[in-house]
Design a protein around this ligand. Structure first.
Ligand code: GAL
Length: 415
């Protein structure tokens, strides 16, 4: 269904279901080209039902700034109607008593039947729906500029060894091998991809979900730090502080050859009119074929007083899981629909591959939650890991063995 038709369908729905109009203020951090396009579809679909969308966008990849602003607003007793909150943070906000019960919307729209329990579990606090999932992002991807690889005559790497071989050739040809933004969450995104390869899915889970001290400081973690450090030789000196989407644009325009980033990067390729398989290639991050690090975006809903606004809020919650929204949003965002019955016919090869791997990895035990994106553990343990990973990456003298010990200690202190 195209967007016009789906908006029309939703307006008809609104005439029957939501006779009056309210306002929802929505906090999110989707401000890059691909992200802004994606979230605009939600605004359009809500407004087509007669409600008002008050945009509360706080720029900053992975939402670090958005979460700080949200805390200030909530503490002052004035939270937005909905906020992009995900993973373990949903539990933290639920525990503070801020979130509202969406079970009626969930029942009416049969969310339990449409969305895998792995996802619905994250959306519930104390057994009640308090958040709605938007998508499933795969984090362990490598994006490559096809022309650049063809010109230099190297193969897109599928293992870390191949990555370093390709990196040397690209460097010799005057191309930045890896586009990177030196921000803690981006460092952690690359690190967890390396860790997934070196540790394997089981030990990845032991380290980042179970926070097992022996695995956090073990030999495999030391090896992950060693490889991670080596990657530093393949990024450019201007990377500190760079936003992730600027790094993606370097791959799009051929200044850099690759980026290790979740598939929100694909949203930037799409917004730039680039086509998967033709202009760029997506392959699993080196050494992680068949494995899937998941990152589920979601909106959590806050308690509101005004009755009309509550109706608008529920309309927003219901809209998010409609097939129409799931399709248009995820086509722009680079992620896959969170409804497992989604029609994938309009999606590109990267998304189809992602959906297939999501389903297969759930069976093989290779579906793991992203540490870097708040899926695997609390924000406290995650913050502690961010610090160790970033400090290590930016200190040329840092020792991998010491880093692993520090990682374990920092996590223990945050538990
Ligand atoms: C992730 C989020 C994605 C994308 C990315 C960059 O944490 O899940 O949707 O927005 O940050 O900001």
């Amino acid at each position: 269904m195209n967007i016009k038709k789906s908006i029309l369908a939703l307006s008809l729905l609104s005439a029957t279901q939501f006779a009056t109009a309210g306002e929802v203020e929505v906090l999110h951090w989707w401000t890059s080209g691909g992200e802004a396009k994606s979230v605009a579809a939600l605004k359009d679909m809500l407004e087509a039902q007669g409600h008002t969308w008050k945009d509360f966008a706080v720029a900053g990849g992975s939402g670090t700034s958005a979460m700080t602003v949200l805390k200030t607003r909530a503490v002052s007793g004035n939270p937005p109607a909905a906020a992009q909150i995900k993973g373990h943070d949903i539990q933290e906000w639920g525990g503070l008593g801020f979130l509202t019960n969406l079970d009626d919307v969930a029942d009416q729209n049969k969310w339990e039947e449409k969305v895998p329990s792995l996802v619905t579990d994250i959306m519930k606090y104390d057994g009640e729906f308090v958040a709605v999932p938007v998508n499933v992002h795969r984090v362990n991807w490598l994006w490559a500029n096809r022309d650049v690889f063809q010109k230099v005559g190297v193969k897109v790497p599928t293992t870390m060894d191949e990555f370093f071989v390709a990196g040397d050739k690209l460097k010799a040809a005057g191309i930045i091998p890896l586009a990177h933004g030196g921000q803690a969450w981006q460092d952690a995104t690359v690190f967890e991809a390396v860790a997934l390869d070196v540790l394997g899915s089981e030990d990845y889970r032991k380290a980042f979900v179970e926070l097992d001290m022996d695995t956090l400081k073990g030999d495999k973690m030391v090896e992950a730090f060693r490889i991670f450090k080596k990657i530093h030789n393949y990024i450019d000196k201007n990377s500190p502080g760079r936003d992730w989407n600027i790094a993606t644009s370097m791959v799009i325009n051929g200044d850099a050859a690759m980026q290790i980033m979740g598939d929100w990067a694909k949203g930037e390729f799409t917004a730039a009119g680039k086509v998967a398989g033709k202009d760029y290639v997506c392959v699993p991050a080196p050494g992680t074929a068949g494995q899937f690090t998941h990152n589920v975006d979601s909106f959590a809903f806050f308690q509101l007083q005004d009755k009309e606004n509550v109706k608008a809020q529920k309309a927003l919650a219901a809209t998010i899981l409609t097939p129409e929204f799931q399709e248009v949003f995820n086509l722009n965002k680079g992620s896959i629909p969170v409804r497992m019955d989604a029609d994938m016919s309009k999606f590109d090869s990267c998304a189809v591959d992602s959906m297939d791997t999501f389903k297969a990895s759930a069976k093989s035990g290779d579906l793991v939650p992203s540490m870097a994106h708040g899926m695997s553990t609390t924000s406290y343990a995650q913050g502690a890991m961010y610090d160790v990973i970033t400090n290590f990456f930016n200190d040329p003298k840092a020792d991998p063995k010491e880093a692993a010990v520090k990682l374990a200690k920092a996590v223990k202190a945050a538990m």
